[in-house]
Ligand binder design. Structure first.
Ligand code: SF4
Length: 299
């Protein structure tokens, strides 16, 4: 940026940050910490996919539940994370006799409901097979094929004698799901399309449109966050200079003054403070450039 040139605009995509499911899960654990300060609270898996949020909970005394369940006492509390868990693990936990607090997001529970109410269908499920939510919800199905993308789905032969249902991970890309639905209808008339993308994902994906004209953007969110990955992949189709960061420190040294419009988007488990910190860091670096350029030259 040279003197006289407009300062770059910094735009935060609408709906960036915490979704209702993440907000409710964190609020529930905070409530437990406050109301039962003497109880041991264990998390069954990361509560949400955000390092800062999880570290803050550990700092307040919350612990991760070991796979073996360790030596749990009846007055301990086990919190089932927002992404949910497998049917088998759920049964194991109930046998332990301690207090179970289930903060599985209602939209993840809805996917389980759509699966278990179709026992005669073969479920075609679009999503990341290694993601906690997918591992959890698909464990409730009798007959299921998980496809990581449309390529795998298109390679599947559908039998005339079988009823099918197409479902997906709550954070799946809405546009890709539409394409998958069209593909499935071409393959079989005996297929039900059940769009299980959650409203928060749809809103965040729509909100990205306001960044398409940017020449650089930062996506903030955990490396294991599926919805952050989807935001990043969406923006990759429109913006050349793109960063995926977990914390504001990772944008150190970027020359933001080279760009005209800088976008910021954040996943559903990113706290608003982190969005604010990234925004302020970019604005400060732009101000610093102006200050340097205004320093008079002495020979
Ligand atoms: S992203 Fe959607 S499914 Fe996941 S916790 Fe948030 S609202 Fe629930």
């Amino acid at each position: 940026m040279t003197i006289g040139m407009d300062k770059p605009r910094v735009i935060v995509a609408p709906h960036s940050g915490f979704c209702a499911g993440v907000r409710a899960a964190i609020a529930k654990v905070q409530d437990l910490l406050q109301k039962s300060p003497k109880k041991r609270i264990f998390l069954e898996g990361e509560l949400v996919h955000n390092k800062t949020v999880n570290e803050e909970l550990f700092r307040q005394g919350v612990q991760m539940l070991p796979q073996t369940c360790g030596e749990l006492r009846v007055d301990d509390v086990v919190v089932i994370r927002a992404h949910g868990i497998t049917q088998k693990r759920r049964e194991q936990l109930h046998l332990l006799g301690c207090q179970i607090v289930d903060v599985t997001c209602p939209f993840v529970q809805k996917i389980v409901h759509e699966i278990v109410t179709r026992p005669d269908h073969h479920i075609l499920f679009l999503g990341d097979p290694n993601h906690a939510e997918v591992i959890g919800v698909t464990s409730f199905a009798k007959n299921i094929t998980v496809c990581s993308g449309i390529e795998k789905l298109s390679a599947i032969h559908l039998k005339d004698s079988q009823r099918y249902a197409l479902l997906c991970q709550s954070t799946f890309d809405p546009q890709l799901f539409e394409e998958a639905a069209i593909l499935c209808h071409k393959k079989s008339t005996e297929i039900e399309i059940v769009n299980t993308i959650c409203p928060a994902t749809k809103l965040r994906q729509q909100g990205l449109q306001s960044l398409y004209a940017c020449d650089a953007a930062v996506v903030i969110g955990g490396r294991h966050s599926a919805n952050t990955r989807r935001l990043f992949e969406n923006l990759q189709r429109h913006i050349e200079q793109l960063w995926w960061v977990e914390s504001p420190n990772e944008i150190e040294g970027v020359r933001w003054n080279l760009y005209k419009n800088i976008g910021i988007a954040a996943g559903a488990s990113t706290p608003s403070e982190q969005i604010q910190m990234v925004r302020e860091k970019i604005l400060k670096s732009l101000d610093d450039v102006v200050k340097i350029e205004k320093v008079p030259f002495h020979s």
